[in-house]
Ligand binder design. Structure first.
Ligand SMILES: Nc1ncnc2c1ncn2[C@@H]1O[C@H](COP(=O)(O)OP(=O)(O)OP(=O)(O)O)[C@@H](O)[C@H]1O
Length: 280
């Protein structure tokens, strides 16, 4: 698989404030890549560096094998961006918002109904944007970001402040887009979201990547090798995943005392805390 994003030793300073330090990572074509970190870690700055809204202070931020800040309009036609500076025209209807966006960006309009249907907004296409709920607005912004069928989609905190039902709906849409071939780069401080959605994640702390990999592999890497055993008398016992632990489980099983066995691998939140001493 080819790298669609390639970041080499990138840094970004805002005067004396160092926002990004020596970032190096790739995103492969077809991946959902999660960029995780607490507020101020540098997630949005990274998206801006990759979408030509900022120029790096050092290093190479490449998208489609070209420096992101040198990208031409043709290349940007292959990229969709969803950030919180919504750019929605409140007084226009849902459909007219997309229509105007298509005109400004020279995108054909015939895809509008299809995209609105996909994000579940077709029945609301004539509704004024200002009358939409937050979740519906987010879906409208997603519709706008994918109207031109981009190969690469950047999403900055796509589900922040959404209710769990709408969040699940957005996740379903993102998975579907990914299955249809869109590579997705998303930032989030929601570790559960990252775990469920992303093929790989990078942990960002104070402008630096402190760990990167597949969620499941990271959990195995940082496991403390403990197993929780629940016995039928409702006793919970934590044992080691070793020969001695296996003998204990055999013993309880033979006596008919065993109710359940759970691995105790850490979640991404706990790994981040262990690596940085910070919560998300
Ligand atoms: N235009 C700017 N001028 C000066 N400093 C900036 C600018 N943009 C970002 N920063 C600083 O860079 C650092 C990283 O900010 P960034 O917005 O990338 O973080 P973030 O991880 O996206 O945070 P959040 O989750 O709160 O959006 C912060 O210290 C921020 O204050």
């Amino acid at each position: 698989m080819d790298n669609i994003i390639s970041v080499r030793s990138v840094s970004k300073n805002f005067k004396e404030n160092v926002a990004i330090k020596n970032l190096t990572f790739n995103v492969k074509e077809g991946e959902i890549f999660g960029f995780l970190g607490p507020s101020g870690a540098g997630k949005t700055t990274t998206i801006k560096l990759l979408t030509s809204q900022l120029i790096p202070s050092g290093g190479d931020a490449m998208v489609f094998d070209k420096h992101a800040y040198l990208q031409k309009k043709e290349v940007f036609k292959q990229i969709g961006v969803l950030t919180d500076n919504s750019g929605i025209y409140e007084r226009l209807s849902v459909k007219d918002n997309l229509s105007l966006f298509a005109e400004i960006n020279e995108v054909p309009k015939e895809n509008i109904a299809h995209v609105l249907d996909k994000v579940g907004l077709l029945p609301y296409q004539n509704k004024e944007a200002k009358k939409l709920s937050r979740g519906m607005k987010q879906r409208l912004m997603l519709a706008r970001a994918v109207l031109h069928k981009p190969k690469l989609l950047f999403l900055d905190e796509p589900t922040s402040a959404l209710d769990p039902g709408t969040t699940l709906e957005i996740h379903r849409l993102l998975r579907q887009l990914n299955e249809e071939g869109t590579t997705i780069f998303l930032t989030t401080h929601n570790m559960e979201e990252a775990d469920k959605l992303c093929h790989r994640v990078a942990f960002l702390n104070e402008g630096e990547i402190v760990e990167m990999g597949e969620p499941q592999k990271l959990k195995l890497k940082y496991t403390n090798n403990n197993i929780k055993v629940i016995l039928k008398d409702d006793n919970h016992v934590v044992i080691k995943n070793d020969k001695e632990g296996a003998a204990k489980i055999n013993y309880w099983m033979a006596r008919g005392d065993l109710a359940a066995v759970h691995s105790m691998e850490p979640n991404l939140e706990e790994i981040f805390l262990r690596l940085t001493g910070r919560e998300l």
